[in-house]
Ligand binder design. Sequence first.
Ligand SMILES: *[C@@H]1O[C@H](CO)[C@@H](O)[C@H](O)[C@H]1NC(C)=O
Ligand SMILES: *[C@@H]1O[C@H](CO)[C@@H](O)[C@H](O)[C@H]1NC(C)=O
Ligand SMILES: *[C@@H]1O[C@H](CO)[C@@H](O)[C@H](O)[C@H]1NC(C)=O
Ligand SMILES: *[C@@H]1O[C@H](CO)[C@@H](O)[C@H](O)[C@H]1NC(C)=O
Length: 397
Amino acid sequence: MPEKFYLCLVLHLALAQLLVPADGEAVQVDSKNVRDIIQSNELVLLLFYSNTCRFSVQMLPIFDAAADQLRSLIVDSGQVSLGKVDCLKEMQMEIDFDIGKYPTVKIVRHTYVSSKEYRGKRSTEALIQFVFNELRNPIEQFDSMHELNGLVGQKYMVIGFFERKQHAEYEIYRKAASNMKEHCQFHVNFAETHLLNKLTFRRELNHTDSHSEYSGNMSNFTEVLSWFREKCVPTVRVLTFENAEELSEEGKPFVILFHHKDDRISPKEFEKVIHADLMDELDNVIFLTADAKLFAHPVFHLNKTDADLPFIAIDSFVHMFLFPNYKDLHKPSKLKQFVRRLHTGELHWAHHFDEGNEQSTTASAEESEIVITMAPESKFKELLPSKSRYTFAKDEL
Ligand SMILES: *[C@@H]1O[C@H](CO)[C@@H](O)[C@H](O)[C@H]1NC(C)=O
Ligand SMILES: *[C@@H]1O[C@H](CO)[C@@H](O)[C@H](O)[C@H]1NC(C)=O
Ligand SMILES: *[C@@H]1O[C@H](CO)[C@@H](O)[C@H](O)[C@H]1NC(C)=O
Ligand SMILES: *[C@@H]1O[C@H](CO)[C@@H](O)[C@H](O)[C@H]1NC(C)=O
């Protein structure tokens, strides 16, 4: 799940006034006030810290100063709140928010905790800038259908048609869009009056679902947001150095296609097979494509060279497993079997069994064709968060 729903129904208490913190500091958040703070603000940044961690101690005054300045810069209540959570006291919150390291700054938009953390610079200015960027309406307006056809984007697109900005349905659109802005581009038109209260989705690529229209309830935020999530989050993502650590924080094994950067065919084949056979694995693993040149390290680690591209491997964060033969991608459900065996522990098992006896990796007759001949240690586990490691704004260390 890209983002998880943290709160269900809470009474609409106007508690904001009761939550005014000590002068010049972020709000001290605990299990008692967290719901109210999240419910009464569009955006909440939560700093999870521990006084025993030197980096947390450095971060606290910076975060407090940002909270203080934002209070005078953004006077509208209900827009933003910066809160800090003392992890030595709030063990349950640490679990609820899935905190793996200190300090961590979680982003909560419209009550949904983002799977992404704040990863910007550790400075008051950068935090304030981040908040302003977050609060900006991510929906871009276009005035004619002609202009719409000229819009090209890198991301998937959602296009809305509304009567005017002050509409309740447009407000729902804006909120849901702000939660999904990393994944989709959002556009709106207020002029085509025959197309009112309509949301459509487009993909640039020639997919079967390249156009679709939202048929749910436009007044239901949860429903609109889950439609965006279904449409906008790509099945297969591109692995980069920038997103690798963040992806690893989702805690799921990577199924990676390593390919030559000019090879555009194998990523399409890979995606096609996943769409046909492996959609039910989306909650269990992350499907990725990686430029083999960028990720030369794991490629080398798997005893592969450029001549072996493309190939597929799973990184379970314990071992790496090689899909034995790329061409088997085209055999019905071969890749599915390979991924399944990861969950049943058989890949792991086969590997250890293999250490003793080269020949005896066979399981059932049906699966015997997937023989794991090598399973070197994970190359990506170094990315996993650890409590002793400081991963926040790494580049500054
Ligand atoms: C999509 O399909 C059209 C016609 O079938 C083709 O002309 C176009 O190049 C395709 N676009 C992409 C990005 O593959
Ligand atoms: C649509 O959703 C809103 C808010 O969630 C709800 O009040 C309304 O009854 C729903 N309408 C329909 C037709 O289900
Ligand atoms: C909104 O939609 C969700 C999912 O379809 C549903 O569970 C929820 O009850 C709806 N909320 C309201 C207020 O209608
Ligand atoms: C690495 O690959 C080469 C060539 O494919 C092969 O001869 C060698 O046995 C492999 N080494 C291991 C450890 O699998």
